[in-house]
Design a protein around this ligand. Structure first.
Ligand code: MEV
Length: 345
């Protein structure tokens, strides 16, 4: 029995239990009965973007104040989408929504209702295409909203697989880090598809700054892949070093070694720049953060646009760094105090 059949069988079982044996219908429950809601969050990658695609570890933090919410209501048809300022029939959605379209198809297949018509809206607290996990968060929220509307439960593995199906459309070969981090309740250590919670013991503020430039993870992942194929002898050592740094950073995060972490962030940024996934904006923002007293700074996510993160050792320093990042051209900043990301693992 494949996943869709097994979900349908669970649905049928639930339906017969609810209705009693004498009233059981041969057909499955067909219509969603209420508005479905799905929620996910933004994420930042502390270490390991790009190298994670090659099997090295990564550390990511969910940002629980930056939420993505999807709402799904049944409609007679056709299916409609309203997202990121665009609205219209789902089958006419522009390319940038192709992963949401895939998420809808995959989830309706999963629940055995490929013919259902839905009105879908997404609402986000954070910008798209900035390395904050918007595509995985949107797909994950839509998947959860559809399941909710049809009262179908899915386990963590099913949710991950459905989100990855959508992410493959967005990114080509996603590691699964974004799909996991945008629905995680805790910071995670992620490697080769496996996530484990990380205990973060850092007396440090994290400043996230948006360069305002759209990034394409598909392009930067493709660029690193090409480079890896063309010159493995120069690319492989960069990825390996990123992997080593990340492994050591896990201990820093757990032991609270802020200075060690900052040094590693600076080195990670330099390595990512050598891989060709930084740009002038991201370099300028990381330099401005360091000049304003950041213990370390690096790009986060796919790069070539998107966001940087900077570590500050006090609230006052975080305020100075935030000001400097604004002066250097950041279009948005968010500051996380230790309690905002130190979730007990
Ligand atoms: C993108 O947020 C993270 C990357 O490592 C891609 C991936 O892990 O699939 C660049």
């Amino acid at each position: 029995m494949d996943r869709a059949e097994s979900a349908l069988s669970r649905l049928r079982t639930a339906c017969s239990a609810e209705k009693g044996q004498e009233t059981v219908q041969a057909s499955p429950p067909l219509a969603p009965t209420h508005v479905g809601v799905g929620r996910t969050v933004a994420k930042i990658i502390l270490f390991g973007e790009h190298s994670v695609v090659y099997g090295y570890p990564a550390i990511a933090l969910p940002l629980r104040n930056l939420r993505m919410t999807a709402r799904v209501t049944p409609t007679p048809g056709p299916s409609m989408l309203a997202s990121l300022g665009w609205s219209g029939p789902l089958d006419q959605a522009p390319d940038r929504f192709s992963s949401i379209v895939r998420a809808v198809e995959a989830t309706l297949d999963f629940i055995g209702r490929p013919d259902a018509h839905l009105s879908i809206t997404t609402l986000s607290d954070f910008p798209a295409e900035r390395g904050l996990g918007s595509s995985a968060a949107a797909a994950g929220a839509v998947i959860r909203a559809i399941l909710d509307a049809f009262d179908v439960e899915a386990d963590a593995e099913d949710l991950f697989e459905l989100t990855q199906t959508a992410e493959r459309v967005a990114h080509g070969h996603p590691s699964g880090l974004d799909a996991t981090a945008t629905s995680s309740a805790t910071p995670i250590h992620f490697q080769s598809g496996q996530a484990t919670p990380v205990q973060v013991n850092l007396a440090t503020w994290i400043v996230v700054a948006d360069s305002g430039v759209h990034g394409s993870t598909r392009e930067t992942v493709g660029h690193v892949r090409e480079q890896h194929e063309r010159s493995p002898e120069t690319t492989r050592p960069l990825l390996e070093r990123l992997g080593e740094i990340t492994q050591q950073a896990i201990a820093d995060v757990q032991l609270g070694d802020v200075q060690g972490l900052g040094r590693k962030m600076n080195e990670a940024h330099a390595l990512l720049a050598q891989l060709g996934v930084s740009d002038d904006h991201l370099d300028a923002l990381t330099e401005a953060a360091r000049a304003a007293g950041a213990v370390g700074a690096k790009l986060t996510g796919g790069g070539r646009g998107g966001c940087v993160i900077a570590l500050a050792d006090s609230a006052a320093s975080a305020a100075r760094i935030t000001e400097a990042l604004g002066a250097a051209g950041a279009t948005g900043t968010w500051v996380y105090a230790p309690h905002a990301y130190e979730v007990a693992a």
